[in-house]
Design a protein around this ligand. Structure first.
Ligand SMILES: Nc1nc2[nH]cnc2c(=O)[nH]1
Ligand SMILES: [Zn+2]
Length: 444
């Protein structure tokens, strides 16, 4: 057992519903961690008195937060982060899809999988819903990489049978067979789960979506993820391709793909009826603010989602998004709501923390395990500890109170300020993280 002593902030209640007081901030907390689980929590003096024999790890030089939950991120796109200046469909054609085709090469895919998982944990992400690759071998590689590091990951084979470059195309039968094999190998193994992942309606026929529905029905606890209402040109094209669908969401919903185990990314341009269906089914939306800004997709209507009762969490959407760190996504989400003026939601620091942590856990059905640091939860945590003398260090030393410190962390924090990251009590990034094995490039 280990007794961590730290300033701890988390949001077991929702600040978007209950207001800023929902931030739980304990200036000198003791968290006793046994077998990767928070076994006791309280004022440090009280927990230490009750467990005098435990080793104390003193983290008071920084702030301890729950691990971040990224609800939308693309594994094959690590190396193309930063492709600026294009709207969605041009960016896909000239930037993302050619890179994704390179994952046909197994050695390349293994290297990218390692870079991807490493990028996530360095940024403090401990749980992620991941778009895999169009290639089964490459998707297998990202599961293996996540398992090796200990990342809590839900992912799946990305499938499509139109719009894509030829090497990325598949058929409904092949998609089903490969998806089933990956699901049987990885779903429920350790912290890994499978998500059925059609790329987007634009790249999937009704027959392909039906194959997705068949795979989703294979096990009751399998997840579903895809894209939705990201860009006006995309939406228009989906309307043309699915004349029988009432709207974009309907192209999935008609196949039974929209449930409480569905996470749809973006939804920048929803109709009122789509919001109603999302709320009614319990499906969640992954809001990806840096991606939406970078591709010029639009300003996310968060208020409309919340008013309709739709669950919303954050996604980095790497590689259209500008990096893995959910602190940056939180800040960008805040900026976007400011730009919406009277139509924007007032996102205070507590709301940003909730969006980056517990909202993601709720969206992924994992809130009984992760998302906050209550007793009984997994010790998935990040220690924000800027290097002495950095601007974040300076402003934290002159902060007023806990919400103020949190606002500063979201404003200035980067992966280099995240000193240690734990998943289930084990260090996955930081000084004592196990040295990963060498890249298996020679084996190819
Ligand atoms: N942002 C984004 N939107 C998509 N829609 C379909 N594929 C993608 C993708 O890779 N990124
Ligand atoms: Zn995406």
């Amino acid at each position: 057992m280990t007794l961590y002593r730290a300033a701890v902030m988390d949001t077991p209640r929702d600040p978007l519903v209950e207001g800023p007081d929902a931030l739980r901030a304990d200036a000198d907390a003791g968290l006793l961690v046994r077998d990767g689980v928070v076994a006791a929590r309280g004022p440090f003096a009280a927990v230490a008195a009750a467990h005098p024999e435990e080793e104390v790890v003193d983290l008071r030089a920084g702030v301890l937060l729950p691990g971040f939950v990224d609800t939308h991120v693309h594994y094959p796109q690590v190396r193309i982060i930063g492709g600026l200046g294009m709207p969605l469909l041009d960016w896909l054609t000239s930037c993302a899809l050619p890179e994704e085709a390179r994952l046909a090469d197994a050695a390349h895919a293994r290297a990218v999988a390692r870079e991807f998982v490493d990028g996530l944990v360095r940024a403090g992400t401990t749980t992620a819903l991941v778009f895999g690759s169009h290639f089964p071998g490459a998707t297998d590689a990202v599961f293996a990489a996540a398992e090796a590091v200990g990342l809590r990951m839900t992912a799946g084979l990305v499938v499509g049978d139109r719009f894509l470059p030829e090497p990325l195309l598949t058929t409904p039968d092949a998609a089903l067979a490969h998806g089933r094999a990956l699901l049987e190998k990885w779903h429920g193994r350790g912290r890994l789960r499978y998500a059925v992942t059609p790329r987007f309606s634009l790249s999937t026929s009704d027959a392909m979506l039906e194959a997705c529905a068949e795979l989703l029905a294979a096990r009751e606890d399998v997840w579903f993820t895809s894209h939705l209402n990201e860009n006006p040109t995309e939406i228009e094209e989906v309307r043309r391709l699915f004349p029988g669908a009432g709207h974009y969401l309907d192209s999935y919903h008609q196949h039974g793909l929209v449930t409480a185990r569905s996470v749809l990314a973006h939804n920048v341009h929803p109709t009122a009826h789509e919001l109603e269906v999302l709320a009614g089914t319990g499906a969640a939306v992954a809001h990806c603010p840096t991606s939406n800004c970078s591709l010029g997709s639009g300003l996310f209507p968060l208020a409309a989602h919340l008013d309709a009762g739709v669950r919303v969490a954050l996604g980095s959407d790497v590689g259209a998004g500008s990096g893995f760190c959910l602190l940056k996504e939180g800040l960008q989400a805040y900026f976007v709501q400011r730009l919406l003026g009277p139509h924007g939601v007032d996102l205070g620091p507590a709301a940003l923390l909730h969006l980056a942590t517990r909202a993601g856990a709720l969206a992924l059905g994992l809130s009984d395990q992760v998302g906050d640091l209550a007793v009984g939860k997994q010790f998935d945590a990040v220690w924000v500890r800027p290097q002495p003398g950095t601007t974040l260090d300076v402003v934290l030393r002159h902060g007023a109170d806990a919400p103020d410190a949190l606002a500063k962390i979201f404003t200035l924090g980067t992966p280099s300020d995240i000193a240690v990251v734990w998943v289930a009590g084990r260090t996955v990034s930081g000084p004592s993280a196990p040295v990963p094995p060498p890249l298996p490039l020679e084996a190819a």
